[in-house]
Ligand binder design. Structure first.
Ligand code: PMP
Length: 408
């Protein structure tokens, strides 16, 4: 066959991209050339950042940087192997012990990311004899974790305790669909804070129901780590539910400012994950700089309490002011403040105009959120000053009027 007649087997990729562009769903990457912080340089422009998950401003904290540099000097740049071969360093174990003490659990196991924590733990602890019960808006990594499990799953409407109870009632009375008796484990899985809307899971109600039906609770605290609870201990601490939530997943990539995920629970859970969790077994562990920066972050979170206080004070002000300007900020209860525009094209244009005016607020469109729920997703981190907030709000006001998104 000649080149001229050879069909490109990957031609569908171009067609798919054309389709995304036609629907205004194609998202080019913005490129940052500065460090993270309240003001960043993105695509060559200096802008106020409302787009990172750097809640506490730790990504660029001098103490974390110094800890990372020192770790490189002492331990090198790479861990050299997966944890189960030769990649477990004393500092990995130290970080896990410190995280367990911070969370108030028996044990912690770290993963390369929050994503791999979820895809590691869910299929390890569930199988054919179990049932996973999942909130409809759970994170993609929970969904992928469930897909990797042999367990059947039931989805309940978002944050709907009556819906959850109906599923638990049916599961506990009927048992396994093949008539093979009761489920070995019913695992109720929820995000602690939902990452697109910023609402908090109704965890006390979930825990009460789980206890009534003999189920275990799994909470993914990616957006609650460093944000909710004492010094950012998470949603379990926030609601006073210590000892009643079997498994907590956290991330080290957002408020903690570095990279990674962890599973906090019993020693037996940790022991099993070490033997079986596939990302842990088959992917190399964290490099020393990451581990030591995470350890320093925990100390900073314990000592510099002004950061979490500032985060919540700025959030309250930002939400109130946006509401006063006439924007729809949804029903967030946390520093994640959506500015809901509806139409994808309008959200992308709004974000682009704000960017030109010096404010970096990323748009989030389908499939991350529903087609008619396109939005800007903002977080005002502890690193932003009042002056930054004033400038950002004035820009929202001006551009919002210009694009007809707010009246008056
Ligand atoms: N779970 C939730 C709820 C998240 O929002 C995220 C991050 N988008 C993750 C897990 C993944 O965390 P990481 O970035 O550490 O992989």
């Amino acid at each position: 066959m000649t080149n001229a007649t050879q069909r490109d087997p990957l031609a569908f990729i171009g067609a798919e991209l054309d389709d995304l562009r036609a629907k205004h769903l194609y998202r080019p990457l913005r490129v940052m050339s500065s460090e993270q912080g309240p003001v960043v340089t993105v695509d060559g422009r200096e802008v106020i950042s409302l787009s990172s998950n750097d809640y506490l401003g730790l990504t660029h904290h001098p103490r974390l940087k110094a800890a990372a540099v020192e770790a490189v000097r002492e331990f090198g740049v790479g861990p050299g192997a997966v944890r189960t071969i030769a990649g477990t360093m004393a500092i990995h174990e130290a970080l896990e012990a410190e995280l367990a003490a911070f969370k108030g659990t028996e044990a912690v196991l770290t993963f390369q990311s929050g994503f791999t924590a979820n895809t590691g733990v869910i299929p390890t602890i569930t199988g054919e004899a179990d049932l996973i019960v999942s909130d409809a808006l759970n994170h993609a990594s929970i969904i992928d974790g469930m897909r990797l499990s042999k367990a059947p799953r039931k989805v309940y409407p978002h944050a709907d305790l009556a819906g959850l109870e109906a599923v638990l009632e049916e599961a506990s009375t009927k048992g396994r669909p093949d008539g093979a008796g009761p489920y070995r484990l019913i695992l109720v899985v929820t995000d602690g804070v939902f990452s697109m809307d910023g609402d908090i899971a109704p965890l006390p109600g979930i825990v009460d129901l789980a206890e009534r039906y003999g189920a275990a609770v799994f909470v993914d605290d990616a957006h609650a780590s460093g944000v909710l609870g004492r010094n950012g201990r998470g949603s379990v601490d926030h609601f006073g539910l210590h000892g009643r939530v079997a498994i907590q997943v956290g991330t080290l990539s957002k408020a903690v400012g570095v990279l990674g995920g962890y599973v906090a629970g019993s020693q037996a859970l940790r022991d099993l994950l070490v033997q079986r969790a596939r990302p842990f077994l088959f992917s190399t562990s964290h490099p020393p700089a990451v581990v030591e920066a995470c350890r320093e972050a925990i100390r900073v979170m314990e000592e510099e309490t002004w950061r979490i206080e500032r985060l919540w004070a700025s959030t309250a002000r930002f939400k109130a002011e946006l509401g006063r300007l006439g924007f729809d900020t949804g029903h967030s209860e946390t520093p994640i403040t959506p500015v809901i525009v509806g139409d994808s094209e309008a959200a992308i244009r709004f974000s682009a105009r704000l960017f030109e005016e010096g404010v970096f607020a990323t748009s989030v469109v389908f499939p991350t959120v529903a087609l008619d729920q396109a939005r800007l997703r903002t977080i005002v981190t502890a690193a932003l000053t009042d002056e930054h907030l004033d400038r950002a709000l004035a820009t929202f006001d001006r551009v919002g009027h210009e694009l007809g998104l707010i009246a008056g």
